[in-house]
Design a protein around this ligand. Sequence first.
Ligand SMILES: [Fe+2]
Length: 283
Amino acid sequence: MGVGLGIDIFDVQPDFRTLIRDHRDGFDFLEVYSRGDWEHTDEPFSEIPADVPRTYHHEGLDPVGPSLCPDDTIAGCAKNQKLLNPPWTVEELAVRHIDGRYTDFFFPAILNADCVKATVANLRELAKRIPGPLLPENAPYEFVVGDMHLFDFMNEVAHGAECGLVLDLGHVWSYQLCVGKGDQPDDQISRLDLSRIIEVHLAGARIEDYEGGRIYRDLHGAGPIPEESLFLLRQLLGKLPNLKAITIEVEDASEAVAVAQARQVREIVQQIRPTWLEGVHVA
Ligand SMILES: [Fe+2]
């Protein structure tokens, strides 16, 4: 798939139509996000030309919850998947709904054996009902609950559910900040089964200081990509044998900033793993 841009189809900026019309040489594919909506997606999805490769980022399946999400949410995801026909669908290892109420942030997976068990069961059921592979992504952490390391949790989920993974590099750093390893973004990375990583995410972020530590806040396109995320990209690029896509999540960026961030990432890939780009760059 190459280097792509993660966009929200309801955003005024960046407008995916403008990106496709005026900046088509700036990205290889789009990762399409609809905030989990499936009732208003027919029209905007139909405006993405068939020759623009795409992946789909759903939200709201809540795969790390104690039980399977409601049927209408699964049907909604399946509907969007059929409309877009992406090679895979991405979903966070988080919950957005607690007892039917929408949470203000991604409530990340509790890192323990019970949560692994529930997540594997949910992902196995979802795989039966959603066409195409569903790839779970490590969510942003503002706090950590549980006795497992994030990378062990991800391994057990991927192996138990027999699925690939999306590794969000900013979210890796968010976890490291929570566990006191903020100065070593790649701490313990060798524990992670890197062969499972199909896609990598990068995004702009802001780091907030508080008494005793720092918290990572996703800004997506409304801020620069942290150096720590780019450090992780440089460290990992040569170690991901099944990497197929690098997505820069650019919601809220201007179109110019979006393609500038894609260029910044593409230059790193060109330095470290140029053969990976062969045959995918549209320009
Ligand atoms: Fe992400």
